[in-house]
Design a protein around this ligand. Sequence first.
Ligand code: NAI
Length: 468
Amino acid sequence: MSYDVIIIGTGPGGYVCAVKAAQLGLKVAVIEKRATYGGTCLNVGCIPSKALLHASEVFHHAGHGMDALGVEVAAPKLNLGKMLAHKDATVKSNVDGVAFLFKKNKIDAFQGTGKIVAAGKVSVTADDGKVTEIEGKNIVIATGSDVAGIPGVPLEIDEKVIISSTGGIALDKVPGKMIVVGGGVIGLELGSVWSRLGAKVTVVEYLDNILGGMDGEVSKQFQRMLAKQGIEFHLGAKVVGVEKSGSGAKVTFEPVKGGDKVVLDADVVLVATGRKPYTAGLGLEEAGVALDNRGRVEIDGHFKTNVAGIYAIGDVVKGPMLAHKAEDEGVALAEILAGQAGHVNYEVIPSVVYTQPEVASVGKTEEELKAAGIAYKVGKFPFSANGRARAMLATDGFVKILADKETDRVLGGHIVGFGAGEMIHEITVLMEFGGSSEDLGRTCHAHPTMSEAVKEAALATFFKPIHM
Ligand code: NAI
């Protein structure tokens, strides 16, 4: 069996690369060791967590957010089994969708673990031990990432009491107390889910702020909002032990700046301290594929590894571990393999935290601009001054736009508030086209919409907003 491209892994990087390559006329094979396609994102990550985030938000809203709108309902009752079934059905329709796309695009899918035998040759070991060897002009490593754990801290992850994100979307009862180790995206999204369903959630984070890497002002405001929702924070706190204790577990942490250790008890501990590239068993060493000092497959500007005919994309290479970044790399690589000019603009990759309210950002943060010595202007607009937000009682949060002081070109956009994850894209498109805050401020926006706050923030960056 000989192919133009063999792709190992069918997450957002791998499956999108496969579809695009097939659309461009290449003969494509994919290899997947899971029983279903879609990788971490579709099976145990982005998609199931969004189903639970939505359902838990509806539950919370029914219990807390409707009275003020004149909608009086009895206290909502949680049917966790049904909520999890909704999540499972959401996953199934998405993974089935990928299977459909493979069929439609005549992509051959091999179930099993792929191993590079040599450049141009990959073996697939199926669950029953049967080995098939396939050949291809090009091999794409799209194997994604796995839970990183906590360096120096032994972890007994059983996905019941000490859990990763995989267990965090499948708990069969709401824990009384949950400790989240790591105040990053996974910790705050899944912490929010269980907090809304009734758990007392405490986040222990090494850094002095949550969502490290996000704009500082956004992160501070967001932490205040989550605290108001009942989530407790220990910042500047390094977790040095996570151990089972009775039917629950205990977490030991020490202040990063020095001081006494603190021990907290919980029914469930979610470890969300980052992810690491997944390269185990791929035969990379034998094939001579170089990794960088963080265990990522090293690539050049065209996703090429140091071995001719072997490429890599997604979480297994450098850059943010985001599904949409992997997808865009998949498309660009397919175009390159088909003889076209594929390209990803790493300066304009949005990121969204799907809590309530959402946090979204694109481009540079204020801290990054300061550190780079770039002269910039800032414009901000609060949702409390937006008519639509008032009508929906969604006035918490703001839009912040950063533009080059001389040229007015927009360099970054940051939003915390209801619907931030959708609104961020108008700033994203503007940045992709090299637009200025004046361009955005002069673009007519429908009234009344939350998006008018984006326009007003752009007006504030360029000159002055109208409604403040
Ligand atoms: P993360 O890197 O976002 O956050 C991990 C946090 O754990 C960091 O703030 C770090 O300082 C902290 N930490 C590390 N060691 C610690 C220790 N010993 N004690 C206390 N805190 C400690 O990683 P996370 O949340 O696990 O997510 C993994 C990846 O998945 C990220 O790259 C993220 O971007 C991606 N992801 C993206 C989502 C989205 O875009 N909505 C959703 C979920 C995951």
